[in-house]
Design a protein around this ligand. Structure first.
Ligand SMILES: Cc1cc2nc3c(=O)[nH]c(=O)nc-3n(C[C@H](O)[C@H](O)[C@H](O)COP(=O)(O)OP(=O)(O)OC[C@H]3O[C@@H](n4cnc5c(N)ncnc54)[C@H](O)[C@@H]3O)c2cc1C
Length: 432
């Protein structure tokens, strides 16, 4: 069978959540731009609190990164803890780490409360060391995380790694049993249905083209121009992630859209699947230019990486399939003759300091920068911003850090800069 350039997860959603076919209302309390985890989680909370919320989505519900990802529901943040503490201080980082743990609990709570059938399971994640020096650093990382956050990680020495992964190329592993797995397309669809059940109005194929802040003397608020008419809202929440457009230029300038690609094999025989991942962990390696992989609930190997730095297009998706297959065979020679059935890509929302950020820009609420940690973090951030909009006092550490823009001369969206970023990370992997 030839490789299908299709997102495997979408094939598993029998009845995707649909947006409303009528035009959006002229007036709402809150307009949410983007129907991914962040926007839908916010809409669910707003609707539960009796706020009239309209989610405006340019494509279909969940179309962005939220239905395309690896489905790894991860603890922690992208940057290592010592670097975070040096940057932001111990107290703030404690709150950030606590938020990362709380965010997984929130996903679990939503899945359970809303009866979302999405193969959610607390299976843990495993980071595997590509170099001896990476493994040597795990002991200190685990000790620091225990000391600072009272969170337990387990070191897996090289000699015991076969109990975790059917590969001999790594120098050891670092295990966190708190992380979970989910089918992201089923989760985002379930989240959309939940928001709808609670009363949020979701509009697909409704692209926001311009947002104008209204005169404060005439009641303030915003005029939101969309491809399906104009909406007036008291508040706007930008949950547009890596796909943020020039409709909201201040936010767009702060986001670096980076492509990430995934392949999924044919279904594997049960004994082979068990050999490759005996405990069904979410696995990623210790490189900057990393691979991440897992078994799907129907026992395919799903293998992802930043095969190209450009945001996804037909050609980058096609080229990525063979690059990722080679990467997969490098890890698992047992899959040399296994067919790859699916390949797809998505765009990650990096920021210039590789951190999630939330707060207000040009008077609008926003949350962005989840990079490869957005399944749980975007769900959490959407819920927290919704609570703030409802008037709650929320202690959100990610609103307390400065949000850097592009260095001088380097505007976000400059695609020429992305191969340079790729070369930089490859060089880091060589030297560190
Ligand atoms: C290939 C890949 C693998 C990943 N793997 C993982 C993983 O395993 N674990 C993990 O935690 N994270 C992972 N991530 C990251 C995670 O998927 C994202 O961080 C998360 O989905 C971001 O959610 P969001 O709601 O902020 O944005 P998105 O889900 O991207 O939603 C933004 C939406 O806004 C819409 N939009 C944009 N502009 C407009 C406009 N002007 N008008 C209307 N709508 C608009 C877009 O159409 C889009 O649907 C991965 C990402 C990718 C791409």
């Amino acid at each position: 069978m030839s490789i299908r350039e299709t997102n495997y997860w979408l094939e598993t959603v029998s009845a995707p959540a649909q947006g409303l076919s009528e035009t959006p209302p002229e007036n709402v309390d809150v307009a949410v731009v983007g129907a991914g985890f962040c926007g839908l989680s916010a809409a669910r909370v707003l609707a539960k609190r009796g706020v009239r919320a309209a989610v405006l989505e340019a494509e279909t519900l969940g179309w962005g990164a939220s239905c395309r990802n690896g489905g790894m529901v991860l603890t922690g943040m992208k940057l290592p803890v010592p670097m975070l503490i040096d940057r932001y201080g111990r107290e703030l980082v404690r709150k950030m780490y606590a938020a990362s743990l709380e965010s997984i609990d929130l996903v679990e709570q939503i899945v359970s409360e809303e009866h979302i059938d999405c193969s959610y399971v607390r299976c843990g994640h495993l980071e595997v060391a590509c170099k001896q020096s990476h493994f040597d650093a795990y002991a200190e990382a685990a000790a620091r995380i225990k000391r600072e956050f009272n969170h337990e990680l387990r070191i897996i020495p090289r000699g015991e790694l076969r109990s975790e992964i059917g590969s001999d190329i790594y120098y050891g592993g670092l295990l966190d049993e708190t992380s979970a797995a989910v089918n992201p397309a089923q989760y985002v669809s379930g989240l959309a249905r939940a928001a709808q059940r609670h009363g949020a109005c979701l509009y697909d194929h409704t692209r926001v083209t311009r947002v104008v802040s209204k005169d404060i003397h005439r009641g303030g608020g915003f005029r939101i121009e969309t491809t399906r008419g104009v909406v007036q809202a008291n508040e706007v929440l930008l949950a547009s992630g890596a796909y943020t457009t020039s409709a909201t230029p201040a936010l767009q300038k702060k986001v670096i859209p980076i492509g990430s690609y995934i392949i999924a094999t044919e279904q594997l025989p049960a004994d082979l699947a068990c050999e490759l991942s005996p405990r069904n962990r979410m696995i990623y390696d210790s490189k900057h230019f990393l691979y991440y992989y897992r078994l799907t609930p129907d026992k395919r190997m799903l293998f992802g990486g930043r095969a190209a730095f450009f945001p996804e297009s037909q050609s980058t998706v096609r080229e990525s399939a063979e690059l990722l297959r080679q990467g997969m065979i490098g890890v698992y020679p047992q899959l040399r003759d296994t067919k790859v059935e699916f390949v797809w890509g998505g765009t990650l929302d990096f920021t210039f300091d590789v951190m999630p950020h939330a707060g207000k820009l040009d008077g609008m609420y926003y949350a962005v920068g989840f990079a490869g940690h957005g399944v749980a973090a975007a769900t959490w951030m959407g819920a927290k911003l919704a609570a703030v909009i409802c008037g709650d006092t929320v202690d959100n550490p990610f609103t307390k850090i400065s949000f850097p823009g592009a260095p001088i001369g380097l505007r976000s969206g400059n695609t020429w800069a992305l191969p340079l970023a790729g070369m930089y990370y490859r060089a880091l992997d060589f030297f560190t």
